[in-house]
Ligand binder design. Structure first.
Ligand code: SF4
Ligand code: SF4
Length: 80
C-alpha cells in the first residue's frame, strides 16, 4: 500500500469531505463507484470493488485530507 504511513480515519465527516472530490471525479462517475463498497474514502477504506476499470482523472490532489495527510499520487480507488 503506497500510503501505509498515512492514517485517514474512517469517519462520517471524512466521507463527506471525500465526496466533494471523489463524488464528482470522472473516474468515479464512469465506474459507477457509488454502487459498490467501499463507495468513498478510498484512501482509508481501500479500493473500490467495481468490475471494469475505466480510469480517468483523479481529484484527490484538491482534497484537504490529501494535503493534511501528506499523501502522494491519488487514484486510491484503483491503486494501493
Ligand atoms: S484523498 Fe481522495 S480518496 Fe481520500 S478522502 Fe480525499 S478525495 Fe477521497
Ligand atoms: S480516488 Fe481519485 S480517481 Fe478515485 S474516485 Fe477518488 S478522486 Fe476519483
Amino acid at each position: 500500500m503506497k500510503n501505509a504511513a498515512v492514517a485517514v480515519e474512517d469517519t462520517d465527516e471524512n466521507r463527506q469531505i471525500c465526496m466533494k472530490y471523489c463524488g464528482i471525479c470522472p473516474s468515479y462517475r464512469k465506474n459507477n463507484m457509488g454502487k459498490y463498497q467501499p463507495d468513498s474514502l478510498f484512501c482509508s477504506r481501500g479500493m473500490s470493488c467495481f468490475e471494469e476499470k475505466k480510469e480517468d482523472r483523479c481529484f484527490c490532489l484538491a482534497c484537504e485530507l490529501f494535503t493534511k495527510h501528506h499523501m502522494a499520487l491519488g487514484h486510491f480507488c484503483t491503486q494501493q
